[in-house]
Design a protein around this ligand. Structure first.
Ligand SMILES: Cc1ncc(C[n+]2csc(CCOP(=O)(O)OP(=O)(O)O)c2C)c(N)n1
Length: 313
């Protein structure tokens, strides 16, 4: 039920963002959405505990909402307002939400895994009962930094879960154009970690795989690579016309909607009725509308605040 709730919230949050960008012109700059991939964020986060750390990438809204980030603070940040979770300095692409241990969103493709290795090293060094989860895209696995991070994580048996969202595209390049092997999960073996390929549109499968990997990590057995097979319904960003994504491919994946799938499972189990579903949708719609209102009414940062919280090591 909790996974269904966060998936519905993420879908509505992002559909509203698309509208705010495309129809209303109220948010400027690049907008990257994960519509169709919500089972990954929700399935992973449902299996974590409060102390676990999240490192995410440019397609992060569903991860952060599933983790419990406040939709108002996220929306205000995406608008660039002072009340945003990063005081309007990150916008949509560099969201950090320390209150829920989502320490960093990096849009440097392949930049997340080395940071996750550092966070996991600290957890191991201090004997913390916690793991680090790092979300990464299929395209990022072509970056050298990802392989260096996998290597150290395997070598030092760090408590880190690399969750690769294989949504079949890296910007305008299809999986086949950027990767020579069928399975990204198979790459785990090269670094001494198990790799598992799962249906990334099945929230329960994602939850179970995360739970197993987390238990392994806490038992000192090291990292796991989880490849979630899913699909990016929208373009890389909202200015992308998706000319390289075959229309029948998009249509076929929309039939495999991760939200419908979980909702149907819950219905069949007798856990969710029509009224419950309507209530879930209405609560999400209200939360998103509140978030937009809050963001629109919030002040812009003052120019002189630009250098606050900026430091040089
Ligand atoms: C080092 C680096 N190279 C290129 C880019 C431009 N870029 C941003 S997202 C992206 C595609 C990433 O694809 P993938 O890792 O599969 O994630 P997805 O967008 O599919 O979620 C690229 C090339 C970047 N941000 N950083």
């Amino acid at each position: 039920m909790e996974m269904a709730r966060t998936m519905i919230l993420a879908r509505q949050f992002e559909e509203t963002l698309a509208d705010l960008v495309r129809q209303q012109g109220k948010i400027h700059g690049m907008m990257i959405l994960a519509t169709g991939q919500e089972a990954v964020g929700s399935g992973v986060c449902a299996a974590l505990s409060a102390n676990d750390i999240l490192i995410t990438n440019h397609r992060s809204h569903h991860h952060l909402l599933a983790r419990g980030a406040d939709p108002k603070a996220l929306m205000a940040e995406i608008f660039g307002k002072r009340t945003g979770c990063n005081k309007g300095k990150s916008g949509t692409l560099h969201l950090a939400v320390p209150e829920v241990n989502a320490l960093c969103t990096t849009t440097v493709v392949g930049g997340g895994p080395p940071i996750a290795v550092g966070a996991a090293f600290a957890q191991q060094y201090e004997n913390r009962e916690a793991v680090t989860v790092c979300f990464l895209g299929d395209g990022s696995t072509g970056e050298g930094s990802v392989h260096e991070a996998f290597n150290l994580a395997g070598l030092w048996r760090l408590p880190v879960l690399f969750v690769c969202e294989n949504n079949k595209y890296a910007a305008a390049q299809s999986y086949r154009e950027h990767t020579p092997v069928d399975s990204l999960a198979a790459r785990g073996a090269a670094y001494g970690m198990p790799g598992e390929s799962i249906d990334g549109n099945d929230a329960l499968a994602v939850f179970e795989a995360t739970r197993r990997a987390r238990a392994r990590a806490l038992a000192g057995e090291g990292p796991t690579l989880i490849e979630c097979l899913t699909y990016r319904w929208r373009g890389h960003g909202e200015t992308d016309h998706q000319l390289y994504q075959p229309a029948d491919e998009i249509a076929a994946w929309k039939k495999k909607c991760p939200i419908d799938r979980l909702v149907n499972t819950l219905r069949e189990a007798g856990a969710l009725g029509d009224a419950d579903l309507e209530a879930m949708r209405a609560t999400a719609a209200e939360a998103v509308a509140d978030a937009v209102r809050f963001a629109e009414e919030s002040p812009w940062p003052e120019p002189q605040e630009a250098l606050d919280d900026v430091w040089v090591a």
